[in-house]
Design a protein around this ligand. Structure first.
Ligand code: BV8
Ligand code: ZN
Length: 257
């Protein structure tokens, strides 16, 4: 694994690897949205109103105090109304639209903010759900609600059951179809980008070693070292909103030279 000695050299190496790749998969975490102003989980020492995220984002917390959990999500929904994708998001759209068309680019995200689709990526697998959708705890009805303000305890328009965010909480299983598509994309890729994630939440973080075992080259982009760094073949340290556009520019230059 290269140490980050000369970022220009590392960018060049990473671009060469992408240039030779047929299929690319990218796993993103909260770090990709950080430069859009979305707080990360563990950067803010993982606390929200003094609660640990792992304590608020659970079915137990929702059963015990649904108001607290809805306050947590309604506040994040409100924050997202003033948030836009950043150059890192658009660089990933560039990769899918101009370099790896026809389903050869798979974007696997742990993020629930919807910014990858908002930026324009098409083939997006949201492992942990999406904060703009609600699900009825009574009839299971799944609704796209955008970022409209919701009640403190929102009710289903069909059966008046209590709604929950359509998000995978801790100790809940990931959506099977989404997981299968993400695992298949990981097994089929030549280059696996792991971007802006501490790689501590499973089973998502397990995709990094799965990619490696399937023979992919793993390239990490992160501000700091993470749980993926020891597996990565290349570690580009820096903000993804800067490094991703630089990487795509390098790839574009390499492709035209
Ligand atoms: C499950 C929705 C079983 C909520 C989320 C002990 C050991 C191993 C596993 C476990 C264990 N105990 C419990 C578990 C399982 C648990 C888990 O992994 N826990 C961890 C904490 C130990 N996992 C689960 O519970 C999963 N389910 O296992 O179910 C099961 C199976 C069958 C049937 C029933 C049950 C469910 C996990 C999903 C939880 N939901 N999100 C919400 O969002 O409100 S996880 C949450 O963490 C977010 O989705 C987030 O995306 C995810 C990971 O965090 P990151 O995205 O990585 O964010 P973080 O802040 O940590 O890091 C940011 C990174 O960005 C940093 O590295 C930073 O350096 C970098 N960065 C910052 N700025 C930038 C940057 N990089 C580049 N540029 C920048 N500008
Ligand atoms: Zn209902």
């Amino acid at each position: 694994m290269h140490e980050p000695n000369d970022s220009a050299l590392l960018l060049h190496d990473a671009a060469q690897l992408l240039r030779k790749a047929r299929r690319v998969a990218a796993l993103t975490g909260a770090g990709v949205s950080a430069e859009s102003g979305v707080p990360t989980f563990r950067g803010s020492d993982g606390l929200w109103e003094g609660h640990r995220i792992e304590e608020v984002a659970t079915p137990q917390a929702f059963a015990h105090c649904p108001e607290l959990v809805w306050r947590f999500y309604n506040q994040r929904r409100a924050n997202l109304r003033n948030i836009a994708p950043n150059p890192g998001h658009y660089a990933l759209v560039d990769l899918e639209s101009n370099f790896f068309q026809n389903d050869r680019f798979s974007l696997i995200t742990q993020n629930v903010d919807g910014l990858h689709r908002l930026a324009g990526n098409q083939r997006v697998f949201e492992l942990h759900g999406n904060i703009t959708r609600t699900r009825c705890t009574q009839c299971g009805r799944n609704e796209a609600r955008g970022l409209e303000p919701l009640d403190d305890l929102p009710r289903c328009r069909e059966c008046h059951g209590l709604l929950r965010p359509d998000i995978v909480w801790f100790y809940e299983a990931l959506p099977e179809d989404v997981w299968d598509q993400a695992a298949n994309a990981t097994a089929a890729c030549d280059v696996f980008l792991v971007i802006g994630t501490s790689a501590v939440v499973y089973p998502a973080a397990g995709l990094v070693s799965a990619a490696k075992e399937a023979g992919a080259t793993v390239i990490e982009i992160n501000l700091n070292r993470s749980g993926a760094s020891s597996i990565a073949d290349l570690c580009l340290l820096g903000p993804s909103g800067i490094l991703l556009p630089q990487l795509v520019n390098c790839l574009r230059t390499a492709a035209t030279s």
